[in-house]
Write a protein that binds this ligand. Structure first.
Ligand code: ADP
Ligand code: ASP
Ligand code: MG
Length: 423
């Protein structure tokens, strides 16, 4: 039988008991005759703890040294998981990302996988070993260790499945699949049996933490279908069945849902630049400068122009990741001065609520229904953007959970468990 790549997130290996449980799940898969390659994240909150440790020493750590530090979390996991497997008689070897052949660019803390040389992994499989690989890390062209951005073990697993041409890729986490919304925020959320690359891509971009955005981009690009499952579910060796959400290129033909999920992103900030000249090339200057500084901009709105003191002017507002706020403000301040705008303001008490579904653009009234749901609960919408399969509204952070629940209820997502259907 072929290769199966499994990935276990930090919550799945948070303590010794969980390591043992994961080991039993892996051993069972091997007993079924598969070659098993496992990608594992740092235990529990280790990555956050390492970030805190760095923050105690410096406000401005070097990205290279942060990667040296952060990559140690995953190294703890591979060694412990290998020991847990060896303890139950399963031949196993652990490999760091570089040992497993992960080559990346040199963008420390958010490196992109450029290639995986799978020779060593294949050799170990040929010797009958379960291969445990540290997620979230690789080596750049200078021979320096890099990390792949928060949640990056998902990308390690998907990429490894692509390079190994694995028969299956299983992403084990602390929920048993992709839900219509974050089950921690929306208790009525329902599990989806399947979801398309495009839908999960938009959900991830909209803030649903369940899969790292870049990992899903990779899956779509390389056609890696995968399944999201719970590591906490009963073990197959004890009668449990492996059932989660299948992430597929195209939904089954009978799946005619309009909206498949609601996501919230609370880690955003809004920046507004007031009274910029209303003439061609201004938006290009603002967003060109932000792009050059590697700030990803999300929602963008330009106000209708007004004539102030004989000069036509307009305001530009946009959102970016909260982590990028300081950098974005520096860039905007320069642009403001260069273009003689009047003021720069920002707001971090905001959150973005989005509905995602393949029928969003092709069905009448979807946007109106979302806005109605928010209005009924007294939630004010501050910015709106839309795409083929997504509508996003910026709201007050304090109303974000209320807003997600309102929209989820309005589309009756919890009821159908397959997403809202065409009415
Ligand atoms: P891991 O440590 O396994 O990588 P994460 O914490 O990164 O796990 O992702 C799993 C979490 O994603 C869940 O606990 C859940 O709260 C959150 N989540 C957000 N949106 C969704 C969704 N639509 N479906 C399932 N889980 C979601
Ligand atoms: N340990 C890393 C993080 O916490 C990578 C991962 O969990 O996927 O972001
Ligand atoms: Mg994760």
């Amino acid at each position: 039988m072929g290769i199966v790549v499994q990935k276990y997130g930090g919550s799945s290996v948070a303590n010794a008991e969980k390591f043992r449980r994961v080991a039993r799940r892996i051993a069972w898969k091997r007993q079924q005759g598969h070659d098993v390659v496992v990608v594992v994240s740092a235990p529990g909150d280790t990555t956050d703890d390492l970030l805190d440790k760095a923050a105690e020493l410096t406000k401005n750590p070097s990205a290279r040294e942060m990667d040296v530090l952060l990559s140690t979390g995953e190294q703890i996991s591979i060694a412990l998981l290998a020991m847990a497997l060896q303890e139950i008689g399963c031949p196993t070897v652990s490999l760091t990302g570089p040992q497993a052949g992960f080559q990346t660019d040199d963008h420390h803390r958010a490196a992109k996988i450029q290639h995986i040389d799978t020779k060593r992994v294949r050799q170990e499989l040929a010797q009958g070993h379960v291969v445990i690989v540290a997620g979230f890390q690789g080596l750049d062209g200078n021979g320096d260790i890099t990390t792949l951005g928060r949640g990056g073990s998902d990308a390690s697993a998907i990429a490894l499945a692509a390079y190994l041409e694995a028969d299956a890729c299983q992403i084990f986490t602390d929920v048993d699949g992709v839900y219509t919304s974050d089950p921690r925020l929306v208790p009525t959320a329902a599990r989806l049996d399947e979801i398309s690359y495009d839908e999960i891509l938009e959900l991830a971009a909209a803030g649903a933490q369940v899969m790292q955005l870049r990992s899903v981009e990779f899956a779509k690009q390389y056609g890696v279908e995968f399944e999201v499952l719970s590591s906490l579910a009963p073990l197959p060796s004890e009668g449990g069945i492996e059932k989660g959400t299948k992430v597929v290129a195209a939904l089954s033909p009978n799946n005619n849902r309009v909206v498949s999920g609601v996501a919230v992103d609370s880690k955003v900030a809004r920046i507004t630049i007031l009274s910029l000249p209303d003439r061609p090339g201004v938006a290009a200057k603002v967003f060109g400068a932000l792009g050059k500084a590697k700030v990803n901009v999300d929602m963008i709105v330009q106000s209708a122009g007004v004539v102030a003191g004989g000069v036509p002017t307009a305001d530009i507002a946009f959102t970016c990741a909260r982590d990028d706020l300081d950098l974005a403000l520096d860039v905007c301040q320069e642009v403001l001065t260069a273009l003689s705008g009047t003021q720069l303001i920002y707001d971090i008490d905001v959150a973005k609520v989005s509905i995602v579904g393949s029928g969003v653009a092709s069905n009448y009234g979807v946007a109106a229904k979302m806005f109605e749901a928010l209005a009924e609960r007294g939630v004010n919408i501050e910015l709106i953007t839309g795409s083929e399969i997504k509508i996003s509204c910026l709201v007050r952070a304090s109303q974000a959970v209320e807003a997600v629940r309102a929209v989820h209820d309005k589309f009756e997502l919890g009821k159908t468990a397959t997403g809202a259907e065409v009415k």
